[in-house]
Structures are given as structure tokens and as C-alpha cells.
Design a protein around this ligand. Structure first.
Ligand SMILES: [Zn+2]
Length: 496
């Protein structure tokens, strides 16, 4: 079964398109910043240049967001500190339909990681997102462009590895000798020369550990809030962010070890804050992939496929009104998706959905059913299927390379396999959603409502509960002319 939206957008890609909503992506990698001003890669120059370039291509372009990641190599091992937040945000925005096209200096500004490239291709297929690069323009909408991008990404990963090796040569000697090589900020809890502990900060670090771990685990976000409100700031006097807390609590220095590129190079190099056992608990906790799934990614509860336009079937996305009132709208895009003619207020809609969903969710029968489905989905053998399809895709590439296949046959087969892969991925995502449901939710309506409204509950957890019982909610047009407000009759629930 073809995905109607992706084939529609592919058709639309053939036309020259104007009036798109653009995102600009720029990234400055560490090695460049350490050198002097490298004109070409200066972020401001990149943005200025890309802005001009976009307006040349698309005179009616609307540049809605500029995404800048700084100081973070796109290749190499992805430690938590290397997570490229803005790139992730841009992909999320593309999925949410907030941007139609992106521009970056070169493909390798977006990513040098083949896996992330595949994700970009998925976003293109599923949402019609156009990924542009100014230099060496690569059209990800064509199979040739895709092949080229995949090759470049593979090559980029190799280059990135080489760079890491070079840096290792330069710095590993220092690291082994036990000297700091960063010359950067001091680590929280330690004096400037790393030889002594600062008692007050050590107490705060120990408090952090107790805050996030059982028996009474609370979110990292709430920990940051508490510290910032109390006035316990970072070494630079800044506010704590979840990433800085996680980075600190997973730094093996806290158990005395020096690391280099995530590898321990020297034990007992620093005074200890934690015993090995205490630190191991933290590592285990933050290394748990399920924890990351629970981190909130979206800003709105009902976007991304829960609310559906009753006029055209498009997903509603969140957008404040002119008077800054939060709302959900059907966006008209240039891809032929969306009628742009429907809006509903966010707060009463979210309240209505929450009330109806929780009312259904308190039933033990419903919960048992949800659990059963989660187990069924997780066990669909999709990993095996994915492996087979990928292998066929690779074989296809080899046949094409040996000249055993025409370009057209190759493109058709590739298209088919890619679609199949996307289908399986969608079902895997579905399973993950169900698996992401918080366990042991309270049974009574009152306790459940309390859980729902608690600050500790994340948006993703609320979404998981909604999606476990609701397939989607159709928002009908209002019957009163010119009235865009909330009427309960406008919502039609489609239960699972
Ligand atoms: Zn619509």
C-alpha cells in the first residue's frame, strides 16, 4: 500500500516550488573553532550566505527558524555531550510540519553519520521535507541524489574517524600522563587544579544522585529547577540544564578516573566523590535507553497525528493565534497537503481529550488490552524483516554497480524496498510508543488525574497514554460562522 502523502509530495517535488517555510542549519565543529577564523565555516557567514541563497531560489521564502549547533563534531562516537540538540529539533520540526525545506552549507554540515542521513531520507519520504545543501547540491528526492548522499555520508564517517585518530595522537600523551588537556572550565566539585574537592559542591553532587535514583527517583528537569531556584549554579555561574547534570553525573572523574574519548586512561587520577558502586548506579541509570525515550521532544500534546482536520484529513499542528492564544491548526502547505481552513483552541481541546482518555484508561480491561498489544507489537519479528530488506537493498546496489540492472529498474526496486522499510519502521515506532507507557500507573480516577497534571509527568508520557487508547481525534469545522473557538461537538474520537 502506497503512502498517499509521500507519493503526492514526490510528485510535487518535480515542480519548482516557492513560498516554502525554510529552516537554516549551521554548525561549527570543534576542530574548526580551535583554529583561527576559518571564513568558510564561520557560522554567521554560513547563515548570511544561506539566507541569500534561499531567497535566490525561492523569492517568497519564509525563513522560520535558524538552527545552530556549536562546537560539536558531527562524526565520532555519539556521547551525551555530543548530542546535537538543534539538529534534532530541526528534524522534529520537519516531522511536525513546521518547516518545508532546510538549507545547509554542505551535506556534511547536517551529518556525517549514515544513520542520521537515513533518518533525513525517512523524513523526506514521510513528510515531503526538502533537504538542500548549498555546495554540491544534492537532491535527496532522486535515487541518484540518495546514492550520492549515502556515499558521502559513508566517506564523511571515515574522515571523521581519521580526525579522531589525529586528535588522539595529539592529546592522548597528555591524558595518560594525567594532565588536563582541555584548559577549559573547572569541573564542578573540584578545585581549578583538580587536586582537591570543594565540600559544598560535593554535597550538591551527592544530593543530585539521591534526587534522580531510586527509592524516590525524580526527573533531571525537576532537579535543575530546584538547584536553580535555590541559587546553586554551575561553575560558570550559569543555570543547570538537564544535559549539564547528566554530563556531570556520568563523568567517571567522580569516581577518580580520567577518560579520553570515553575510554578510561587512568584510574585514581582525581579525588573521589563516589565509590565505584555509587557511580555504577548512576551509569546504569543514565545508560538506560528507555529513560531517553521518556525525554520530552514535542512542545504540544496533540500534534503529530492525534488531532486530524475534519475538512481535509491533515494532521493538525500547534500554532498560536494572532492574539497569542495557543491553538491547533490545519496548515496549508505547498505540497498539496492541508486545507488551511481549520483552527481550534488548545487548552479546552487538551482538557477534553485528557478527560475522555483517562475515563477510558481507568478500566482494567482496557489496560490489559493495551499491555497485550504492546507485547504483540514488540514481538513482530520486525528486526529480522528489516535486516532482510536492507540486505536486498544492498544487493540491489551491487547489481546496479556491476551494470546488471538498468537505472529505471534500479530506481523502481529501490523505491519499493524503501517503502517496505519505512512501513516496518512505522510499526516499530508504534511498538516503542506502547512500550514507552509508564508502568504501574495509579488505578483510581483521582490518582490518575493527579499523575496526569503532575509536573513530573512528561509530555511524551501523556502522549503515550493518549495513543494507547485513541487512534486519532477528528476536529470538525465549527458550525458558527467566524467562530474558531472550542465546542465539544467538534471532536469525534476514534478509539483503538
Ligand atoms: Zn484541513
Amino acid at each position: 500500500m502506497a503512502n498517499p502523502r509521500s507519493s503526492r509530495s514526490r510528485r510535487a517535488n518535480k515542480h519548482k516550488r516557492i513560498g516554502l517555510r525554510w529552516g537554516i542549519y549551521a554548525r561549527l565543529s570543534q576542530d574548526k573553532r580551535k583554529g583561527t577564523d576559518d571564513e568558510e565555516f564561520n557560522v554567521n557567514n554560513q547563515v548570511r550566505d544561506l539566507t541569500k541563497w534561499i531567497h535566490e531560489r525561492d523569492p517568497e521564502a519564509e525563513i522560520v527558524e535558524i538552527y545552530i549547533d556549536n562546537d560539536i563534531p558531527a562524526s565520532g562516537r555519539m556521547t551525551k555531550r555530543k548530542l546535537r540538540k538543534r539538529f534534532n529539533q530541526m528534524r522534529a520540526d520537519a516531522r511536525d510540519g513546521l518547516i518545508d525545506a532546510a538549507a545547509a552549507w554542505h551535506l556534511d554540515r547536517y551529518t556525517r553519520r549514515p544513520r542520521e542521513l537515513e533518518d533525513m531520507l525517512d523524513i523526506h519520504d514521510e513528510h515531503g521535507m526538502l533537504w538542500h545543501c548549498k555546495t554540491g547540491d544534492i537532491d535527496l528526492a532522486t535515487s541518484t541524489g540518495r546514492a550520492m548522499a549515502r556515499m558521502l555520508a559513508a566517506w564523511g564517517a571515515y574522515e571523521g574517524d581519521l580526525k579522531v585518530e589525529r586528535m588522539q595522537l595529539t592529546f592522548s600523551n597528555y591524558a595518560e600522563e594525567g594532565r588536563a588537556h582541555t584548559g577549559g572550565m573547572r569541573c564542578y566539585g573540584y578545585t581549578d587544579d583538580d587536586t582537591e574537592l570543594i565540600p559544598h559542591e560535593v554535597a550538591v553532587i551527592r544530593e543530585m544522585r539521591e534526587w534522580v535514583l531510586p527509592p524516590n527517583p525524580r526527573s533531571v528537569r525537576s532537579l535543575c529547577r530546584m538547584l536553580n531556584e535555590r541559587g546553586d549554579f554551575t561553575t560558570t555561574g550559569g543555570m543547570w540544564q538537564p544535559t549539564s547534570v547528566v554530563r556531570l553525573l556520568t563523568n567517571p572523574r567522580l569516581r577518580g578516573a580520567r577518560t579520553y574519548h570515553d575510554e578510561i586512561v587512568k584510574e585514581n587520577a582525581f579525588p573521589r566523590v563516589f565509590t565505584d558502586e555509587e557511580f555504577a548506579d548512576l551509569e546504569a541509570y543514565f545508560g538506560d535507553p528507555e529513560r531517553h525515550q521518556a525525554e520530552p521532544k514535542r512542545k504540544s500534546l496533540l500534534s503529530g497525528g492525534i488531532l486530524i482536520c475534519g475538512k481535509c484529513g491533515n494532521n493538525l499542528t500547534s500554532q498560536p493565534s494572532n492574539s497569542k492564544q495557543p491553538g491547533y491548526v490545519c496548515r496549508k502547505t505547498n505540497k498539496g497537503v492541508g486545507c488551511g481552513g481549520l483552527r481550534i483552541q488548545a487548552a479546552p481541546t487538551e482538557a477534553d481529550v485528557a478527560a475522555k482518555v483517562l475515563a477510558v484508561y481507568v478500566s482494567p480491561k482496557v489496560r490489559a488490552e493495551v499491555r497485550r498489544r504492546a507485547e504483540e507489537q514488540a514481538d513482530a519479528g520486525s528486526a529480522e524483516q528489516l535486516r532482510n530488506l536492507r540486505e536486498r537493498l544492498a544487493e540491489l546496489g551491487r547489481e546496479r554497480a556491476r551494470g546488471e540492472m538498468t537505472k529505471e529498474a534500479f530506481a523502481a526496486a529501490e523505491n519499493y524496498l524503501t517503502r517496505e522499510i519505512n512501513k516496518i519502521r512505522a510499526s516499530v515506532r508504534e511498538a516503542q510508543k506502547l512500550a514507552g507507557l509508564p508502568r504501574d500507573l495509579p488505578m483510581s480516577p483521582a490518582a490518575l488525574a493527579e499523575w496526569w497534571t503532575s509536573e513530573e509527568t512528561t509530555l511524551e508520557e501523556r502522549r503515550a497514554v493518549i495513543m494507547s487508547v485513541v487512534d486519532h481525534v477528528v476536529v470538525g469545522p465549527t458550525l458558527r460562522r467566524g467562530f474558531n473557538g472550542f465546542e465539544p461537538d467538534r471532536l469525534t474520537y476514534v478509539w483503538r
